[in-house]
Structures are given as structure tokens and as C-alpha cells.
Design a protein around this ligand. Structure first.
Ligand code: FBP
Length: 550
């Protein structure tokens, strides 16, 4: 057994809270038939067996649920705090239905199902990992589950282990694939249910039915603690501008939440940059102006938050990336083209894109242009975590300020420090919110399985209320789908939730940012607390509080 810190030992004993509706006897209450959020006819045709199913809510029942089955679980994609609690919640839920039931974990992501690599969870193993961060109990991976041969390899091992249901913990892409798998097994009458679970620190898997994806709460609180520490250093030394890039591959939810928690001098929101059709130079000018105004007031220091996905939202670069994605896909197979070397790949790209996109590509700093031309992740996304946007922007701001200095428009000093917060937060020990939310999601999944559901996502709502009042149930995944163009073809996907510019969190930020730019009104949130007053330990993100206050 691994040596543990005192905090880990104490934390292991924490009993996550469950909604009252999941305690004791449970009955499923079904709503009306549902529709997909877009392209209804096309989605219905693609998912004839799992389309239109009702939303399910659990209520107190009169009879005890009993069910005998084995279940498998997969962790898919990037780590997010609370994954181990989804597993422990599912384990406890499955065992409560019948202690003979078994829970298996497929190793290193969806690839474990295809390659038949798995473990069986035991009480000892689960107890080791309760309320801990990370996905290391079984590991995660980004293998894309989308081909018939993978589904067929999967059914072999599911049958061999007597698994009746598979729970896939993932983001929008992984849950889309879970739905395709659910449909496939239903169409083939294989008798295996598939349930999804909303995970991603990025916070972009949310909609009317899903309040938040798990891990967002803890990751943002972890980054906000670090940003607060930097702000305090910044306000103590008064000599640096700190450029902090924050994870969140596409949406700016993390940057926005951290801005609400720490009140920095600058926070860029990619969705706003896109809506205002800002160029890279417009973005740089905006930051340089804040730097110059603060310098004019004698403040040669500041903090700027940069969302990881920014580059992709600058309209001209977005257009370029779209063409790059198409050029990098082999039309015959729909797969990524293979190249002998990075240089060959870059040369191919440059020879095959439209002249206006080539001009944009060549106007970018060499390292950024290079990364845009190179490989995508298995879901076709540019690997934005590898682009040093924070350094790019501060370099460009420095150049602009040097010009302004010559013109007498800038009278201060500018020295920058750079940070990238992403991996620091993805495996943090879950906050009480994520510990409770994740345990409930997992436990709830066992109830969806017992009720025979497939093609559903486990959902827990009303989470700004005390946990006892949380609402547990399931939402058909097809309900969240529409068709989107991916690598040159229209594909059914779960609609990604970007920051809404008419939403309460953004509006609050936008109405305060000018004041935060000028004055130094930093907030220092401090570390996540597990014990103490509920308003300190159980508070949700500011994003969720503002959204739910509507
Ligand atoms: P998921 O959407 O799979 O949860 O992952 C999100 C994320 O953490 C992004 O914020 C980041 O861009 C990306 O993963 C990094 O991926 P990798 O772990 O492969 O470096």
C-alpha cells in the first residue's frame, strides 16, 4: 500500500453526500419524448434505436431495486478531478443492488476495451482511491471508439466477463462515441447497455440538462489559488506583468471562472474575440493599452489571463485551421494522412492550402505556424496546449509598447513572466463539490443500468442547492446532438458549450473588467478547503452560481 500524507488519510474517510432521491428505494419517473438540439431528422435516422427517449428522473420508490449484473467502466480523454469518485460511487451502487455484482475497469482508456485489458475492482482497491484526484486507478487514453471492428472486439470481452453495461466517462467527443456504441449494440440486440458520464475540466460539456462537467470546479479552484498567489507576488514586487495561459481547449470557461475568482487586470475571452472579429493585432493592442494605462498611473505590473484556445477563435486563424484540418485528412479513408517527417507534413500543407490562408500561416510566428500544421489529437483537435500563446502575446505586446514608447504613447516599463496552468489542476484532489457530484454521478449510473437504460448520460441537477436536494436522473445523449462539419464531413456530435456572451457569468465579468484593468482589485482565493464552514468548503464555481441565479 502506498504511503499517504495525513491529509490523504483524513480525506479517504470523507463520505461523499448523495441526493436524497438516490438513497433507499428508487423509482424512475419518465418525461416526454425528446428531440435532438438540431438536425432532428438526420439524427433520428442515424440513431433509430436510441433517438427520442424520455428524460428520466429518480424519485423515492416503494420497492427496493435489486439487479444482478456485471458492469465495465472506461475513463476517456483528459484527466479531471473526481474520476475516482465516479468509480467508487458506481462500485457502491452496483454492490448495493447485489453484493455478487462485479465492476471491471478497462485499462488506459477506450483502447482497453478493444485490447481486452482490464482489472476487477475490489473493496481494497476502491478504498485506496476514494476522494483522490487523478485517473491512475485504471488510467485514461484518447483512443477513439468509432469503428465497427472496435465495437465487435469490445463485445467479445464484455460477453466473456458477463458485462451487461458499460459506463464511459468522457467529454463531448467520448460521449458522442458512447452514444454511437449504445446505438450499435442496441441495433445488434447484443444486450449491452452504454451509459455516459459528463467529464472535462474545460467545462464545455453542459446544456439545459447538464449543469457542469465534473472536474471544472476543482481545476478552476486550483488555478485560482495559483493565480491569486501570483497576483499577490505581482502586487508585492510591482515590477512584472504575468501572462498566464489557462487550459480549456476551445471554450474560455476556465479563464472566465478564474477571472471571476481572482479579478485580474486582463482576461481574454476567445468567444468575444471571435464575435468582434478581432485580429491578432487587435488583441495585442487591447492588452498593450491596459499595460500603458496602468503604467501611466505608475503601475508597471499586472496579471493577464489567456485562454488556451484563443488562437483558434481569431477568425482568420480559425479559417486557416479549418482548411488545414481538411488538407490533413485523407478523403479516401477519412483518417489523418501519414507523413514521413514533420518537415514533409509542413511542406505538403503549404503546397495545398489557399493563397490567403498561406499568407496568414506565414504571418504567424514560426513556432505557432509549425504547431498548427502538425498532428491533431485522435479526435481531430489542434493540440493547443502545445502552443505558447502566453509568450506569443507578451512578445507582441512588448514590440507594440516599444513602438509606442518612440511615439511618446507609453511612458513606463514592461517586463513579463509566463505561466501555463493546465496539468497542475487536472489531477488535484477533488473539492467537496466534485467529490459529492462525482460520487452521485457514479451511483446514479448504477440506477440507470438497473432500470435498463442505454444511450443515456448520468446527470445530477440543482447542484447549487445542498446535496440532499440534488436531482438525479438520465438524459438521452441523442437529445444533445446535432450535425457538425468535422474533417471535411458532416458528423453527429454533442454540441460543445462555449461561453455565452449574453450569459450571466460573462456579463458580470464584462461589467467589471474596466475597473479591474485600472485598479488593483485582486482577490486571493487561497487553497481548496475540505473542512470548515459550508460557505467556504461547499461553494460552487462562480460560473454555476451566476448561471443558476437566473
Ligand atoms: P478532455 O476534453 O478530454 O477532458 O481534455 C481537456 C484538456 O485538459 C484540455 O484542456 C487540453 O487542451 C487537453 O486536454 C490536453 O490534452 P493532453 O492531455 O492530451 O495533453
Amino acid at each position: 500500500m502506498a504511503v499517504k500524507s495525513n491529509l490523504q488519510v483524513a480525506r479517504a474517510a470523507y463520505q461523499p453526500k448523495l441526493p436524497t432521491a438516490l438513497k433507499g428505494n428508487v423509482k424512475a419517473v419518465e418525461g416526454a419524448a425528446t428531440q435532438s438540439v438540431g438536425n432532428q431528422e438526420e439524427i433520428k435516422a442515424l440513431f433509430p434505436n436510441t433517438y427520442g427517449m424520455p428524460v428520466v428522473e429518480f424519485a423515492e420508490g416503494t420497492e427496493a431495486l435489486k439487479a444482478t449484473f456485471n458492469v465495465g467502466i472506461i475513463l476517456s480523454g483528459g484527466q479531471a478531478p473526481g474520476g475516482h469518485n465516479v468509480i467508487s460511487g458506481l462500485y457502491d451502487g452496483v454492490k448495493s443492488l447485489n453484493p455478487e455484482n462485479k465492476l471491471y475497469g478497462f485499462l488506459m482508456g477506450p483502447g482497453g476495451l478493444v485490447d481486452h485489458k482490464y482489472i476487477e475492482f475490489t473493496d481494497e482497491l476502491i478504498d485506496e482511491y476514494r476522494n483522490t484526484g487523478g485517473f491512475d486507478i485504471i488510467g485514461s487514453g484518447r483512443t477513439k471508439l468509432e469503428k465497427e471492428e472496435q465495437f465487435e472486439k469490445g463485445i467479445e470481452i464484455l460477453r466473456a466477463l458477463g458485462i451487461k453495461a458499460l459506463v464511459i466517462i468522457g467529454g463531448d467527443d467520448s460521449n458522442t462515441n458512447a452514444c454511437v456504441l449504445a446505438e450499435y449494440y442496441a441495433a445488434k440486440n447484443y444486450g449491452v447497455q452504454v451509459i455516459g458520464c459528463p467529464k472535462t475540466i474545460d467545462g464545455d460539456l453542459k446544456n439545459e440538462q447538464i449543469e457542469t462537467s465534473f472536474g471544472f470546479d476543482t481545476a478552476c479552484k486550483t488555478y485560482s489559488e495559483l493565480i491569486g498567489n501570483i497576483e499577490r507576488d505581482c502586487n508585492s514586487a510591482r515590477k512584472y506583468w504575468h501572462f498566464i495561459k489557462l487550459m480549456g481547449r476551445s471554450a474560455s470557461h476556465i479563464a472566465l471562472e478564474c477571472a471571476l475568482e481572482t479579478q485580474p487586470n486582463v482576461c481574454l475571452i476567445s468567444e468575444e474575440v471571435e464575435q468582434k472579429e478581432m485580429s491578432l493585432d487587435d488583441v495585442v493592442t487591447y492588452i498593450a493599452q491596459v499595460v500603458a494605462d496602468r503604467a501611466a498611473a505608475g503601475n508597471n505590473f499586472g496579471t493577464a489571463l489567456i485562454p488556451e484556445g484563443l488562437i483558434e477563435f481569431i477568425p482568420a486563424i480559425k479559417k486557416l485551421i479549418r482548411e488545414l484540418n481538411e488538407v490533413l485528412t485523407d478523403p479516401a479513408t477519412g483518417e489523418s494522412r501519414e507523413f514521413a517527417s514533420a518537415e514533409e507534413q509542413i511542406a505538403f500543407v503549404k503546397g495545398n492550402i489557399a493563397p490567403e490562408n498561406l499568407a496568414i500561416l506565414e504571418s504567424l510566428p514560426a513556432d505557432v505556424a509549425r504547431q498548427l500544421c502538425l498532428d491533431r489529437d485522435p479526435h481531430g483537435n489542434v493540440q493547443v496546449s502545445l502552443i505558447e500563446t502566453e509568450k506569443l502575446l507578451s512578445r507582441m505586446v512588448a514590440t507594440k509598447l516599444a513602438t509606442w514608447k518612440k511615439e511618446g504613447k507609453f511612458v513606463g516599463k514592461f517586463a513579463a513572466q509566463h505561466h501555463f496552468f493546465g496539468y497542475e489542476g487536472r489531477c488535484a484532489a477533488p473539492s467537496n463539490y466534485d467529490a459529492d457530484y462525482c460520487y452521485s454521478l457514479g451511483y446514479n449510473a448504477s440506477r440507470l443500468i438497473a432500470c435498463g437504460k442505454t444511450g443515456y448520460m448520468s446527470v445530477i441537477k440543482n447542484t447549487t442547492a445542498p446535496a440532499a436536494e440534488w436531482i438525479a436522473g438520465g438524459v438521452p445523449i441523442t437529445m444533445m446532438m446535432n450535425l457538425e462539419r468535422r474533417n471535411g464531413a458532416m458528423k453527429p456530435v454533442i454540441r460543445k458549450a462555449l461561453v455565452e456572451l449574453d450569459g450571466a457569468p460573462y456579463k458580470y465579468f464584462a461589467s467589471h473588467r474596466e475597473e479591474w484593468a485600472k485598479t488593483t482589485s485582486y482577490i486571493y482565493p487561497g487553497p481548496i478547503q475540505y473542512w470548515g464552514p459550508s460557505e467556504v468548503c461547499d461553494q460552487t464555481t462562480r460560473t454555476l452560481a451566476l448561471e443558476q441565479a437566473k
